[in-house]
Design a protein around this ligand. Structure first.
Ligand SMILES: Nc1ncnc2c1ncn2[C@@H]1O[C@H](COP(=O)(O)OP(=O)(O)OP(=O)(O)O)[C@@H](O)[C@H]1O
Length: 293
């Protein structure tokens, strides 16, 4: 487990990251979301040690993370840093060797990753000859090559077509299942919904919500959709709930924390027919919108 504890970073008199605390559990994918300038990249840079923290610390399995630990991390930085003029495979092998892989192992792993990203036949090509999306696939291969113990990925999905997103998702799921903590930032909330076991929401350098998807969903407002007849007008006067929206016989209700939904259902049945009474599970993107509003 990777733990971020009270991380803070100031630039002059601006606090970009302000006392940020969250966990990236082993074997889970943690989505890191927040608007432009929220502080995601700055936090990831501090986790990787490429930027010093003004305060706070990063722990790996309970101990302060060391340079040796970090050398086993996989990092996909915001500023993609490969060499445009070098052939793809050569530079992947070189990067693997920097992580103490043998040339043969690095070649095997690199070709396997290129295969999965349908780039195997381009292995001799210079990086700059690839489309931007394909360059991005090579960047991903570079961060996964040495079988990292922790993955820190800054916007790994940006610029990928749906097929590449699927390959990336499959790869990340494999690594996660093998026990690797994965933290990735994204503005693509549909992907975050699809992938995340955990979510961290940052706004102006502060954590607005953090935790497992289940706990965040459980602590979100309890909403139900109800369809009643002959009319839904009486709902507005019902205690213990707010009517968020009404369209004809169907209403979106938000119950107070301690309200008894079964008592409400009995009351509704006493007034007529209840066609539908459905608890709504909020999506992570709805939770994100709620907490960062
Ligand atoms: N080197 C720097 N010098 C001064 N300010 C910086 C520096 N790096 C980041 N900042 C500021 O810190 C804040 C957080 O930026 P950061 O890049 O971490 O946000 P982000 O959440 O990754 O945003 P985006 O989604 O747009 O990539 C911003 O206001 C940014 O301008």
């Amino acid at each position: 487990m990777l733990q971020v504890r009270n991380l803070t970073r100031t630039f002059g008199d601006k606090t970009a990251v302000d006392n940020v605390t969250f966990d990236v559990p082993a074997g889970q994918m943690t989505g890191f979301v927040g608007g432009n300038g929220a502080g995601k990249t700055t936090t990831m840079r501090m986790i990787m040690g490429v930027l010093t923290a003004t305060a706070g610390e990063v722990l790996l399995n309970g101990s302060p993370v060391t340079a040796a630990d970090r050398s086993h991390f996989g990092y996909m930085p915001e500023e993609r840093g490969l060499y445009p003029k070098q052939p793809i495979l050569d530079q992947l092998i070189y990067l693997g060797q920097l992580h103490r892989m043998s040339a043969a192992d690095a070649r095997r792993e690199a070709m396997d990753l290129l295969e999965r990203f349908t780039l195997a036949d381009r292995y001799k090509d210079k990086l700059e000859s690839l489309s931007l999306g394909n360059q991005q696939r090579v960047q991903i291969a570079a961060s996964l090559l040495h079988r990292p113990t922790v993955l820190i990925l800054d916007e790994p999905f940006s610029g990928l077509d749906p097929a590449a997103v699927d390959s990336m998702v499959e790869l990340l799921r494999e690594r996660t299942a093998a026990g690797v903590p994965v933290l990735f930032s994204s503005h693509q909330l549909d992907l975050v919904d699809r992938l995340c076991d955990n979510l961290v929401v940052l706004k102006a350098g502060n954590v607005m919500a953090a935790g497992s998807s289940e706990s965040l969903r459980a602590s979100a407002p309890r909403r139900h959709r109800v369809t009643v007849s002959p009319d839904a007008g009486w709902l507005r006067d019902e205690p213990g709930l707010q009517v968020i929206d009404v369209a004809g016989p169907t209403a979106l209700l938000e119950f107070d924390g301690d309200a008894d939904t079964q008592r409400f259902l009995s009351a509704a049945l006493a007034r007529g027919t209840v066609e539908e009474f459905t608890p709504l599970r909020p999506t992570l993107s709805e939770i994100y919108r709620e907490v960062s509003a």
